[in-house]
Design a protein around this ligand. Structure first.
Ligand code: SF4
Ligand code: SF4
Length: 468
């Protein structure tokens, strides 16, 4: 039994679900205004970055790559592998804290301006709807009309374009993950050789088509975990897209014949009609709001028309609207900032001191020193090295500050790109050079471009008998 709507009844249901519990298709009015224009520019830049980045090369190597299958990541031309796991983990923790801090201060700014789901849905796919099917009213009429030749043509063309775009997105995603070279092989080799890759392309293309043609805003409202976090991250000082209820209420229709005693909201419903998640921002901050700014533009246009100042709906905090107090520095934001600063400092230190070659050299366990011909004493060492670069590196070793030699057992050591290797080393010193039982030793490791690492270890030798 349905009851009469109350002031709070919007809390009882989702804007995208009908009273009967069925999906309510949203037909938002086409947005337009200064915020939409700015978002359009940002979106095109982001789309260019997304589609172009996998093709960029630095010295013949990818500029960006997130190869999960081979655990190889290239970020801004710098390669990271499994041996950098702690750096990647630290970077992820830093990113999460940054997102928390950013959300505490600026709400869901990310969702409206940067999130790929919003960018693709609002700036690409929905624009195709307006282009091919017309205004929201015309789209509704077309959807409810019987299947005629015209409807088949329009819907067929729309879904063909949707699929081509979804195919492009799927391939781009794959290029980010496996690299363009492997992607070209999948495309050009006989299909039987890349059944896995081809299946991934087909599944992802179909998935994106389904997402943007049917699932749409439900991804933000029902699935996105970031959206769910808003309830615990936002507070009275967070800057969100907000309706100024102090200025706008009591709302009421504009009657030019009588002096207005009401607030500035003329209850024109434009902010609701334009909302892609089907909510009324005048009810306050809601989980469904993706901060797309469409309602700001719609309301500003109305304010211009009725000669009132813009900004009845704007970026502001609850306290900013109620008390005219805007404070970015709350105890929560300061706490997150301190943690973030520490994490960024630690991460920067590790990145700045990261060497091309990671080497450990330890004396072989259980071995003492060995007497060698010509009055030499030797110690045996285990060496392990990881090459973090794109190229194969020949390794060589030198002793620093002492007279002695290093012999690598076996062939000369070539460390393959992104690979690990181990070897046995002999360090030889003249007996009369050894003054201590445990002599501190510095071993320099040289790669293609000179000194790559310096290792501190020690050399065991016989105790020298004092001259009588
Ligand atoms: S667009 Fe502005 S004036 Fe119109 S209903 Fe929304 S808040 Fe009120
Ligand atoms: S309430 Fe406004 S900002 Fe939020 S989703 Fe709707 S139109 Fe976009």
């Amino acid at each position: 039994m349905s009851s009469a709507p109350t002031e709070q009844s919007f809390r009882d249901h989702l804007g995208i679900v009908s009273e009967e519990g069925k999906r309510k298709w949203i037909y938002p009015k086409a947005p337009g205004g200064r915020f939409h224009s700015a978002r359009l520019i940002v979106s095109w830049i982001l789309l260019a970055v997304l589609f172009v980045s996998p093709f960029l090369r630095v010295n013949g190597h990818p500029f960006m790559l997130f190869d999960i299958t081979e655990r190889k990541f290239v970020i801004l031309g710098q390669i990271f592998g499994p041996h950098d796991f702690f750096l990647l983990a630290l970077a992820m923790i830093t990113t999460v804290v940054f997102i928390f801090l950013f959300t505490v201060v600026f709400g869901r700014l990310f969702c409206g301006w940067i999130c790929p789901q919003t960018v693709f849905l609002e700036m690409v796919f929905r624009k195709i709807d307006y282009w091919l099917e017309g205004s929201p009213r015309e789209q509704l009429r077309l959807n409810e009309s019987p299947w005629t030749g015209k409807k088949l043509r329009v819907k067929g063309l729309k879904h063909a374009i949707y699929f081509v775009l979804s195919f492009l997105i799927a391939n781009t995603l794959l290029a980010w993950v496996i690299g363009t070279d492997k992607l070209f092989h999948i495309m050009s080799d006989p299909p039987i050789e890349h059944l896995g890759g081809l299946s991934a392309i087909v599944i992802f293309s179909g998935g994106f088509h389904w997402l943007f043609a049917w699932f749409r805003e439900q991804a933000c409202i029902l699935v996105c975990p970031y959206g769910r976090l808003q309830g615990v991250l936002l507070d009275r000082n967070s800057i969100v897209i907000a309706y100024d209820h102090v200025r706008g209420e009591p709302r009421g229709k504009l009657r030019k014949s009588e002096p207005r005693k009401l607030g500035d909201c003329i209850d024109c419903h434009q902010c609701v009609d334009v909302c892609p998640t089907g909510i009324d921002i005048r009810n306050g901050t809601q989980l469904e709001c993706v901060n797309c700014t469409a309602c700001i533009d719609a309301c500003d246009t109305i304010m211009d028309t009725i000669d009132k100042p813009r900004g009845l709906i704007r970026y502001d905090s609850f306290d900013g609207i109620e008390k005219k107090v805007r404070s970015l520095f709350t105890s929560r934001s300061i706490g997150y900032s301190v943690v973030l600063l520490i994490l960024v400092s630690v991460l920067s230190y590790f990145l700045a001191t990261r060497l091309d070659i990671d080497v450990t050299i330890l004396r072989t366990p259980g071995m003492y020193f060995q007497e060698q011909p010509d009055n030499f004493i030797s110690n045996l060492y285990d060496m392990k090295a990881v090459n973090k670069t794109f190229v194969n590196l020949p390794l060589s070793f030198r002793l620093k500050g002492v007279d002695g030699t290093i012999r690598v057992l076996g062939d000369s050591l070539i460390l393959k790109s992104q690979d690990a290797a181990s070897a046995k080393l002999f360090v030889l010193m003249k007996r009369d050079q050894i003054k201590l039982m445990n002599t501190p030793l510095t071993i320099e490791v040289y790669g293609r471009n000179g000194l790559a690492n310096t290792i501190q270890t020690s050399f065991l030798g016989p105790v020298q008998k004092k001259a009588e």
